[in-house]
Design a protein around this ligand. Structure first.
Ligand SMILES: *Cc1c(COP(=O)(O)O)cnc(C)c1O
Length: 373
């Protein structure tokens, strides 16, 4: 046998993507909220301009962007550790918490290992899992749009490496109660990493969700995932972090793409943690708006679950989904539609809420019933 022949590819063959990659959903260019009267309510971003201190830190850091950033993100990890009352050895940062989650999944999963998460939940979960060659195990949400922890515990197998809990859940806004996660963790094998994704924690009412740090201290197989993209308003800078047992955090730092968190992002995140009061005022503004919209929608007959995030969730079949999506599009409002499940609308300033309310008034369940008669 001629070894050259073994290496010769079929005629005209092109490089082939892994099946895990060709199976990923294609990138759909987002409609940009560029026009003056477009309300960009599809991505759960903060509608506030960057904090003045963050903008200044970025401008200052930009002067040295010919240099690589601190790969160890030492100052930022120190500041986060102080914020939470843990040690820097327990912190790993990454380019957004999605970046950190990728470090977690690739750091813990071999091909064929299993990652369990609720569905519907954050869209990045199946993508990162499948990209790592691991198997996504989706456990349907319960009737209250929350995590069905009993079924999630029952889904654990020998191959389970990671369980993702999203609280409050994106896109339904439903938190997971502390006692429920505590009971869940007491059943999950200690070699399975349970990640508590708290991307929206700042918007949640105290006590509605878990005291994740207490759970982390009680169960060393817990990791907490947080981001500067949502309440902190740094979505475009890409920085998030995980709290994890020192060995795990060390592993996450090693799986990171070198220098993936820019100096601009590191500095902006530090000054954002220093601006707690300003931040709190912004968060309160969004929570007030969320409560105002929710009360009005409730009065119109929309039966929504109370949301603990900066968004509201409308469960809708595909017919209602198409109707609402068209109406929002015509009104210049960008929202996030999930085929077969519903629509998620980011809560922003009062004027955008009023526009959302105007659309939803037209299709309020009472109205629909009347127009069908
Ligand atoms: C937005 C979001 C994130 C954060 O994404 P970043 O990569 O930090 O911008 C993480 N988890 C959930 C559930 C989210 O909705």
């Amino acid at each position: 046998m001629n070894p050259d022949q073994l290496l010769s590819p079929p005629v005209n063959a092109l490089p082939r993507l892994r099946s895990a990659v060709s199976g990923l959903p294609p990138y759909v260019p987002g409609r940009r909220g560029a026009g003056v009267d477009i309300a960009a309510l599809a991505s759960n971003e903060s509608h506030y301009s960057p904090l003045p201190a963050a903008a200044a830190a970025v401008t200052d850091a930009a002067r040295t962007m010919n240099r690589y950033p601190d790969m160890g993100a030492v100052d930022l990890r120190d500041r986060i550790a102080r914020h939470l009352g843990v040690t820097p050895a327990e912190i790993a940062v990454g380019p957004g918490s999605v970046g950190v989650l990728q470090q977690i999944i690739t750091g813990l999963c071999d091909a064929g290992d299993e990652v369990i998460f609720a569905w519907r939940s954050f869209e990045a979960y199946p993508i990162l899992t499948e990209l790592a060659g691991a198997k996504a195990v989706r456990v349907p949400l319960d009737a209250e749009e929350g995590h069905d922890l009993a079924s999630m515990a029952a889904a654990v197998t020998e191959r389970t490496r990671v369980i993702l809990l999203c609280t409050p859940n994106n896109p339904t806004g439903v938190p997971i109660r502390h006692e429920l996660i505590d009971a869940f963790l007491s059943r999950v094998p200690s070699n399975v990493l349970v990640v508590i994704d708290e991307a929206y924690i700042e918007y949640a009412e105290a006590g509605s969700g878990p005291d994740s740090l207490a759970l982390y201290r009680k169960y060393p197989n817990v990791s907490i995932l947080r981001t500067f993209s949502k309440a902190y308003g740094l979505a475009g800078l890409r920085v998030g972090y995980a709290v994890a047992a020192p060995d795990i955090a060390d592993g996450l730092r090693r799986t990171a793409i070198p220098f993936s968190v820019s100096a601009l992002a590191q500095r902006a995140a530090i000054v954002s943690l220093d601006a707690a009061e300003e931040l709190e005022a912004r968060v309160s503004g969004v929570k007030e708006e969320r409560d105002r919209i929710s009360t009005q929608l409730d009065a119109m007959g929309w039966e929504l679950r109370p949301s603990q995030g900066n968004f509201i969730w409308i469960r809708a079949d595909n017919e209602l989904l198409a109707t609402l999506t068209d109406a929002f599009t015509s009104a210049g409002i960008l929202v996030r539609a999930y085929a077969g499940d519903g629509i998620r609308i980011t809560v922003a300033n009062p004027s955008s809420s009023d526009r959302v309310l105007r659309v939803l008034t037209r299709f309020a369940p009472g109205e629909l019933r009347r127009s069908a008669e």
